[in-house]
Unconditional design. Structure first.
Lengths: 216, 185
């Protein structure tokens, strides 16, 4: 015996299959309005009647209704307890620029992981600058000190060229750096220290000269 | 406090008013960013960036009804920029989606609270599977509750497109939820 004569639902499906086709597509078009309560009474009854006999459409309508209930609750999500402080710190000028704490800054500087390397580098640079910086009094004395050493003719010629090159370099560096050094207050201190050292050296030279003369 | 009054105080440089303003909108801005990015930390950074942008252009914030759509537009632009950057420079490994709906719930009954959190998580996951336009329409219309005209202005599409897309997006979401097990008898 044909199943449609036993099961009314099967009979309905068989008739629809041979006439209008499945009404599920029509329900899909009306489902949102049905869930929103915007259908008139007759259409609402039709949708409800179909959903009672179609499990897939019933599940779809139920999922639509549940999502409609849940979605507005997703509008607000708690960002966590520290979010407000982060925003205020980023936007409030008072919070962004606290007073300068020299002790904290020094501690922070000393706790940097490469502080030893950086200090060594800076020391090396300072040492190099000290060695090669143009010191006018020293550069003028240098030829005299070198010339006191008795050398043979070729060596003297080479040494003379070296001295001339040194003088030219010192003169050019002096032209570059000396105005700035003189303009700064530390230059006066440097000049005073240099003059003091020079006077000590001259006195020492005077003291030593008689003894050199006595021991030829 | 009424929003126009609050905005006047904020524009006048009152820090307490600014704090109240942030408290009023932070969950909404963070929620929007979270649904766009699906990453809580990214969403926090974005929400913070949004409030900085708002702070820097306080004179442009509209009063009354236009305020929330304006904030959502700013937040949406920030999220789109972020997603573009992430697309251009994707992370070295896949980040798992965070679950934000497991702990906090105002419901008194623990069982109901758990079910509510599960439902929210399912909907959030299903949202991530939608197409970009459908997800945006659901986010703006169903979640944030904006009007169709406001959504059309934000997305720069005709009003009719928003209307027609809205039902399609809801049906697509419902199908994803049905496939995930929600809506069964």
């Amino acid at each position: 015996m044909d199943e449609s004569f036993v099961n009314p639902e099967a009979l309905t499906q068989a008739i629809l299959a041979r006439t209008s086709g499945s009404p599920c597509q029509r329900l899909r078009a009306l489902a949102c309005d049905f869930v929103d309560g915007e259908l008139d009474g007759a259409q609402e009854d039709l949708v409800r009647g179909h959903a009672e006999h179609c499990a897939a459409c019933a599940a779809l309508v139920k999922a639509l209704a549940e999502s409609k209930a849940v979605l507005p609750a997703l509008a607000e999500v708690d960002p966590g307890p520290w979010f407000m402080q982060r925003v205020l710190r980023s936007t409030s000028m008072r919070a962004v620029e606290p007073g300068f704490d020299a002790r904290a800054a020094w501690r922070k500087l000393m706790h940097r992981p490469r502080i030893a390397l950086e200090a060594a580098y800076l020391g090396a640079v300072a040492g190099m600058m000290g060695m090669y910086a143009p010191v006018p009094w020293r550069s003028l004395e240098l030829p005299a000190l070198v010339q006191t050493v008795p050398l043979k003719a070729p060596a003297q010629r080479v040494m003379g060229q070296v001295i001339q090159a040194e003088q030219r370099t010192s003169a050019s560096l002096r032209r570059v750096f000396l105005p700035r050094v003189e303009a700064s207050p530390s230059a006066n201190l440097w000049q005073r220290v240099s003059a003091r050292v020079r006077s000590w050296l001259q006195r020492l030279e005077k003291v030593l000269k008689p003894s050199n003369a006595a021991n030829p | 406090m009424e929003l126009p009054t609050l905005l006047d105080l904020v524009r006048g440089g009152d820090e307490l008013a600014w704090e109240a303003f942030v408290r009023r909108f932070q969950s909404r801005v963070f929620g929007l960013a979270y649904h766009y990015t699906a990453q809580a930390e990214d969403a926090r950074d974005l929400a913070q960036e949004v409030f900085i942008r708002i702070y820097q252009s306080l004179s442009s914030v509209p009063d009354e009804d236009g305020c929330l759509p304006w904030i959502i537009r700013v937040a949406r632009n920030a999220c789109i920029d972020h997603l573009r950057r992430r697309k251009a420079r994707p992370p070295l490994w896949d980040l798992p989606a965070d679950e934000m709906f497991d702990l906090r719930s105002s419901d008194q009954n623990p069982e109901e609270a758990h079910l509510e959190a599960v439902r929210k998580t399912m909907v959030h996951r299903a949202l991530q599977e939608l197409s970009d336009l459908n997800r945006e329409i659901i986010l703006l219309k169903e979640i944030q509750g904006l009007k169709v005209e406001e959504i059309a202005a934000i997305l720069d599409v005709p009003v009719g497109t928003v209307k027609s897309r809205s039902n399609r997006a809801r049906l697509e979401l419902a199908q994803k939820l049905t496939a995930a097990g929600m809506g069964g008898r």
